[in-house]
Design a protein around this ligand. Sequence first.
Ligand code: NAP
Length: 248
Amino acid sequence: MFQLTDRVALVTGASQGIGEAIARALAEAGAKVVLAARNQEKLAAVLAGIEAAGGQALALGMDVADAAQVKAAFQKATERFGRLDILVNNAGITRDGLSMRMKIEDWDAVLSTNLTGAYLCAQQAIPSMLRQRWGRIINISSVVAQMGNPGQVNYVAAKAGLIGLTKSLALELASRHITVNAVAPGFIETEMTQALPEKAVEQLSSRIPLGRLGTPADVAGAVVFLSSEEAGYITGHVLAVNGGMYMA
Ligand code: NAP
């Protein structure tokens, strides 16, 4: 439905899960997609899948928490495709634990990847978007940024930080027709949530009005929409994709 022909998108954390689904969906909508993550073997498999389906993509190894790697990857992306229209900050990790006992390394790792990483990528994406006077930045936050979650103080702080980053960037960039939005997924079936025991999944599902966990495709659909021309009057928004489990 939404056409992204001639658009160039970069998706972080595209080697699996939600990021992979977002990359595939953007490619299906016609965008050329730069796939970024640390695991190059997994990226190569995603790239092969997109090309087999007739899409165009480029895989780049990149740790979002490393400013030099981020800069180098964005340079390679613009050398290859000449522009960047859409940035999806999706890379994320968890290092859960009760705050009283949380190690500073676990706090730092989650903040660096989930929040600083998004900022570093946005900084590299903005110049191209400013030149074009068109851009879309989409930050993958989480329902827990709005609800809070015991045992995830680092993750929740980073995901709530992303919402603040989204709103401030939206204000800074609106005059250049660059929109900045966040997507806040609920519980989505990926490796990140696979560790949950079956009973916990049952209990969780019963608290979700739509009666099931979400899929990566559910999140990807929201990202394609926010990337589209049709979403051009939406900025600074947090779009919940959570089956109704939390209504902010
Ligand atoms: P996942 O399956 O664990 O995938 C995480 C992705 O992030 C992987 O591609 C990983 O690739 C990449 N990544 C991690 N650290 C990175 C780094 N330093 N640099 C570059 N890439 C990095 O998780 P997911 O469930 O798809 O989650 C995707 C996003 O959605 C995350 O931001 C997560 O917080 C958010 N989210 C997930 C849920 C859920 O229920 N699953 C709910 C709300 C929000 P490499 O390991 O190859 O680098």
